[in-house]
Design a binder for this molecule. Structure first.
Ligand code: PMT
Length: 409
């Protein structure tokens, strides 16, 4: 079962009497944790006002393809990129026909063509229209294009007839939409993730740390859980709440993170080191608060254990992914880490004043022995899902190759 927490749902509303349920659907999607933006077709506005959907979604409603104001803010391409999933509810017979033809003559059909996110439709129409062979062949065509069809339900209809064609209830649509995110790509696997900064004590009240907020690592842990994995998250000090469906263990220092990782790594199939672990710590932490008696104070630092390298050196080692935070020569530094630490993959990100650390968006360069894959700037939750998809494909390929070798020997 997936979750809608932090998901961006673009709700398309087309013209049909079931549009009156769209306001309730928006509210329920938001209650489940999603951010919702609404696109309405011209005929949808005959059934429910944009003002109602603006009020319940908390965002302006998008209606026109060629609107200079909208295109200057969030135009059709931005909306298509923004969405984690597109749900069209209700989807009229006319809209299904236009989707089947790949039309791009209004905002909603254009967004459906332009998005990489999963698209689902909740049909709502008279039962004769639903049963008509033209509608059924449109459904076959859009299914072939990986569009998911939610419903319809059977029962009495607004027109007085009885049969299939009623839109599913909002509560059912919320559950089905959340399941779009449960990919099953990591079913049966255990993923160990580190996240956040570490804190290396100088004395009882002072320490060395860094600007990692934990957002990237927590997003990776959530994406892995969504993909079906059992996830253990070992987190340095952060202000974030424990992610749902993830076992979170809080630690403070690099040494504690190292020891906790090694208590759990034997059960992990995949290790992803997102934490910004301190490379050095004070050689001795003072037992009492240091007094400012001297004009200069010299701290002696020593190296911390390299958690990532120690995991990659295990035999057998899990599929090991390191992160690389770099200000320049991203690929070159990442490749050096990949080879020196004998990793399977390095996810490199550019860091700077407002890049990487603490930001809500990030981009990654995935560096592997075989080549490089670029994941462009996007919200960390979306980026984490793309990373997990990539890692899952690599792990599946590696497992298939080792089964092949075992069979031959
Ligand atoms: O937490 P956020 O605010 O969302 O920011 C995310 C991030 C920028 C911290 C994250 O995307 C990131 O880049 N994490 C790695 C940061 C880092 O420490 O990079 P590094 O190049 O110094 O380390 C390389 C790798 O070695 C990392 O996987 C790190 O976890 C690991 N390492 C480093 C030192 C050490 N002693 N042990 C380690 O395991």
């Amino acid at each position: 079962m997936g979750s809608l927490v932090n998901k961006r749902i673009l709700l398309g509303v087309t013209g049909g009497i079931a549009a009156y349920k769209s306001a309730d659907l928006v509210r329920r999607l938001r209650d489940a944790g999603a951010e919702v933006r609404v696109v309405m077709t011209a005929s949808a506005t005959e059934f429910i006002t944009p003002l109602t959907l603006q009020a319940v979604s908390g965002h302006p409603v998008y209606r026109h393809l060629l609107d200079t104001d909208a295109e200057a803010g969030m135009g059709h391409i931005e909306l298509a990129r923004w969405a984690d999933a597109v749900l069209v509810a209700p989807a009229s017979a006319n809209f299904l026909a236009r989707l089947a033809q790949g039309r791009a003559d209004d905002l909603l059909s254009t967004v459906c063509l332009a998005t990489e996110a999963p698209v689902a439709v909740a049909p709502a129409m008279n039962q004769q229209m639903w049963n008509n062979p033209a509608t059924q062949s449109n459904l076959t065509a859009i299914r072939k294009n990986a569009v998911r069809i939610f419903g319809p339900a059977e029962g009495s209809q607004a027109c007085g007839e009885v049969g299939p064609g009623r839109m599913l209830e909002p509560v059912e649509l919320v559950t089905l939409t959340s399941e779009l995110f449960a990919t099953g790509e990591l079913d049966g696997l255990t993923v160990l993730v580190t996240a956040g900064p570490t804190w290396e004590a100088i004395d009882p009240v002072r320490g060395l740390t860094n600007r990692s907020s934990g957002k990237m690592g927590y997003a990776v842990a959530e994406a892995a859980a969504e993909a079906g994995a059992k996830v253990i998250l070992i987190s340095g000090p952060t202000a974030l709440a424990d992610p749902a469906r993830v076992r979170t263990i809080r630690v403070t220092s690099a040494q504690e993170m190292h020891d906790t990782v090694h208590q759990h790594v034997a059960e992990a199939n995949i290790f992803i080191g997102v934490a910004a672990v301190a490379d050095y710590r004070p050689a001795r932490a003072a037992e009492r608060k240091l007094k400012k008696t001297e004009t200069k104070l010299t701290l002696e630092l020593e190296r911390t254990p390299d958690i990532l390298a120690s995991v990659a050196a295990l035999r057998p080692a899990p599929f090991t992914v390191g992160f690389a935070a770099e200000t320049e020569n991203l690929e070159q530094h990442a490749r050096t880490k990949l080879e020196n630490k004998k990793l399977d993959l390095v996810a490199a990100n550019r860091v700077g004043a407002d890049l990487g650390f603490a930001a809500d968006e990030n981009s990654l360069l995935l560096v592997e022995h075989e080549g490089v894959t670029e994941l462009p700037v996007q919200p960390k939750a979306k980026l984490a899902r793309a990373l997990i998809r990539h890692v899952a494909a690599r792990v599946r390929a590696k497992n298939a190759a080792s089964v092949h070798v075992l069979r031959r020997s």
